[in-house]
Every structure is written in structure tokens, then in C-alpha cells.
Write a protein that binds this ligand. Structure first.
Ligand code: NAD
Ligand code: UFG
Length: 343
């Protein structure tokens, strides 16, 4: 069964391609490579022994999408393609709404034209804004403080509206918590094109000697040690969630539209992450506590029980594996995929 994976060359997409191949699906990757490299897909082939069909294209390009749907008998679409830097979205809201929202609408209309009615969408825990309590269940109110989060909320709403008009569509809204880690081979992982915005790649950059020290954004939150708490989830677990979501469509075991959290249910503070990474890497991680980052919240973690109940998915990998695998990727590929492409 062919699955169109938009953004499939990216961090979560490339790991999901492995999970799809392992489960007997055939991923067709459609990506404009704005934040990724085809080397990731070569590495997926190295890991799985299976070649992947790659199409360079932009989800805002209707003709390119029609061509893909004409050439391939697509069972479902997994829609990862999007820009994801919160800070950049505040500076460039038009770019974010155009890329993420217009791109998604263009994709959904191409699906409608070509009678493809199954879609899994990468949403985010950011849609919960600053939750009143934790753990977060799927029925919590949604809100946003930045255009990135705004784009996710709008796309979710567009999909809910599509379902109202076309209840025969199968739509899964997957709200990811904080994806970290890498494939256990150390061959693929997160490869930020610039100085990382997110905690884990920043810590890994300090450990490998590329970055001098970590700024811990805020030491006065009402948390275990004053630093921010998040629900970090191993990307390989997250990738498997997409396969479970697809299988739930196949088995007709879910409503035609559903929303689930993909998290572990456990929160770790920034300093706990630093300690765990120190242990995994054997390196010292220099850090300094600085001011809070605008827009950050104190604490965010999932109640993941609905995903287990509905699609039979739960995270299996713990913090140790998240740090070990990130370190393996980072230490084997200190410059991400770049080193290889310059050769
Ligand atoms: P990523 O940047 O590694 O992957 C996104 C991919 O989409 C990239 O390969 C990029 O080149 C491609 N892309 C972007 N715009 C495109 C367009 N217009 N047309 C075609 N391809 C395009 O990011 P990721 O971490 O793998 O995230 C995947 C999805 O999951 C995104 O939608 C992101 O918003 C969402 N998400 C990520 C996180 C996270 O922390 N990583 C958390 C929650 C949700
Ligand atoms: N942090 C630091 N220093 C850094 C980077 C982060 O102290 O250099 C702290 C943050 O203040 C926060 C925690 O580490 O307490 C995690 O921050 P990240 O930037 O890694 O992750 P966020 O929870 O802020 O946001 C991420 C993604 C969003 C997504 C959200 C929920 O960036 O896109 O998870 O899925 F929406």
C-alpha cells in the first residue's frame, strides 16, 4: 500500500518512512527539501535495504501533487510538510501561514480532486497553549501564542470542517509532544540547519563541542527545580504512532475523525535532561541559567491513555534511550548530513 509522505525527508518523516517500510507500507516521499536532505532517505535505504521513491516538490504546487496522485495509487497521506520554528514564525507570519496553511489546503484540495480520503496530520501540543493543569487530555481547550501554533490550529479546524462536509474521509489529528532522539543505528537524526532552537539538539551540540554552553531559559518556574518541564518522546516511538494510526483506518476501529496525543505522560525538567545527556555522552554540558524565553510555559506533558485505548499505541523508549540515540547520531555526524553532501 502506497503512502504519500509529505515532508518525508525531514526529522520525523524519515523515521516514519522506516516504520512504514517495516510494517509493509510503501512510502512515497514528497518534500521541497527546504529543511532536509535526500541523504536522510539514502540512509533509510541503508537501514532497511529498501529504496524509497522521492519526488522533489512543494505542497503549494497543485500540478505537482496532481501528477503524484495520477502516477501512484495512494492509500493515504501522512502530512508532515511544514515549517516549525516558533520564533521564526513570529518574524515571518505570512511565510508560515502560506507554507503551512495554504500548503495544507492545496494538499487537501488535490486529495479531494483525486479522491484520496485518508490523511494523518502532524499537529502539536502547542495547540494547548498554557494548559491550566497537567497531564493534558485531548479535550483541553486550545489556544495559541504564535503563528506556528496558529497554523496548526487552523489546519486542524480545516480538517474538522472537511470531515463535516465529507464524513467518509478518514482523518487523524496527531498532537505530538516534544520529539527527540534518533534511530538506534545513529544514521538518521535531527539536523537543524542553523543554531538549534530546541533543547535536545542544543544540548547535543554542546556535548559534541560545536556550541559553547546551553542557556537554560528560566530557573524560577514553579517546577521540580525551577526549569521548564516537557514530555520528551523518542522519535522512533512517535514514528510508530503513524503506523498505528494508519492501521486503525484499515481496521475501521476508529471514528472517521479523531484526535490523539502522542506523548509519554512523563515530564522532565531542563536540568534533568542535561544530567541524563551528561550520563549518556560522558561529556560535560556547560550551562547558565538565563531569563525566561518569551512565550514559554512552565510545564507541559500528555495524558497518553487515549492513544493507547483508541489506536493501541504507547511509547516504549525512556529517557536513557532518547539520550543514547541522540548522542550516537550527533557524535557520528557532528555536522549532520552536511559533511557527506560536501564530499
Ligand atoms: P522537519 O523540518 O525536519 O520536517 C519537515 C519537512 O517538510 C522538511 O523535510 C521540509 O523540507 C519539508 N517541507 C516544509 N515545507 C514544505 C513544503 N511547502 N512543501 C514540501 N515540503 C515541505 O520537521 P519535523 O520535526 O520532522 O516536523 C514534521 C512535522 O511535525 C511538522 O509539520 C511539524 O510542525 C510537526 N511537529 C514537529 C514537532 C517537533 O518538535 N519536531 C512537534 C510537533 C509537531
Ligand atoms: N530550553 C532551554 N534552552 C534552550 C532551548 C530550550 O532552556 O536552548 C527549554 C525551554 O525553555 C523549554 C524546554 O527547554 O522549557 C523545551 O524547549 P524546546 O524549545 O525544545 O521545546 P518547546 O516545548 O518550547 O516546543 C517544542 C517545539 C514546538 C512544539 C512543542 C510541542 O519547538 O514546535 O514542542 O510539541 F509545538
Amino acid at each position: 500500500m502506497k503512502i504519500l509522505v509529505t515532508g518525508g525527508a525531514g526529522y520525523i518523516g524519515s523515521h516514519t518512512c522506516i516504520a512504514l517500510l517495516n510494517a509493509g507500507f510503501t512510502p512515497i516521499v514528497f518534500d521541497n527539501l527546504s529543511n532536509s536532505s535526500t541523504i536522510a532517505l539514502d540512509r533509510v535505504t541503508e537501514i532497511t535495504g529498501k529504496k524509497i521513491t522521492f519526488i522533489k516538490g512543494d505542497v503549494r504546487d497543485a500540478e505537482a501533487l496532481d501528477k503524484v496522485f495520477n502516477q501512484h495509487d495512494i492509500y493515504a497521506v501522512i502530512h508532515f510538510a511544514g515549517l516549525k520554528a516558533v520564533g521564526e514564525s513570529v518574524e515571518k507570519p505570512i511565510l508560515y501561514y502560506d507554507n503551512n496553511v495554504s500548503g495544507s489546503i492545496n494538499l487537501f484540495s488535490a486529495m479531494e480532486r483525486n479522491k484520496i480520503t485518508r490523511v494523518i496530520f502532524s499537529s502539536s501540543a502547542t495547540v494547548y497553549g498554557d494548559p491550566a493543569t497537567v497531564p493534558i487530555t485531548e479535550d483541553f481547550p486550545t489556544s495559541t501564542t504564535n503563528p506556528y501554533g496558529g497554523s496548526k490550529l487552523i489546519i486542524e479546524e480545516v480538517l474538522r470542517n472537511i470531515y463535516t462536509a465529507h464524513p467518509e474521509w478518514n482523518i487523524a489529528l496527531l498532537r505530538y509532544f516534544n520529539p527527540v532522539g534518533a534511530h538506534e543505528s545513529g544514521l538518521i537524526g535531527e539536523d537543524p540547519s542553523d543554531i538549534p532552537n530546541n533543547l535536545m539538539p542544543y544540548i547535543a551540540g554542546v556535548a559534541v563541542g560545536k556550541l559553547k554552553q546551553l542557556s537554560v531559559f528560566g530557573g524560577d518556574y514553579d517546577t521540580i527545580d525551577g526549569t521548564g518541564v516537557r514530555d520528551y518522546i523518542h522519535v522512533v516511538d512517535l514514528a510508530k504512532g503513524h503506523v498505528k494510526a494508519l492501521q486503525a483506518f484499515e481496521n475501521k476501529s476508529v471514528d472517521n475523525l479523531y484526535t490523539v496525543n502522542l506523548g509519554t505522560g512523563k515530564g522532565y525538567s531542563v536540568l534533568e535532561m542535561v544530567e541524563a545527556f551528561k550520563k549518556a555522552s560522558g561529556k560535560d554540558i556547560a550551562y547558565t541559567i538565563t531569563a525566561r524565553r518569551a512565550g514559554d510555559i512552565a510545564c507541559c506533558y500528555a495524558d497518553p491513555s487515549y492513544a493507547k485505548h483508541l489506536i493501541g499505541w504507547e511509547a516504549n523508549k525512556g529517557l536513557q534511550a532518547m539520550c543514547d540515540d541522540t548522542w550516537k547520531w550527533q557524535s557520528n555526524n557532528p555536522n549532520g548530513y552536511k559533511e557527506v553532501s560536501n564530499n
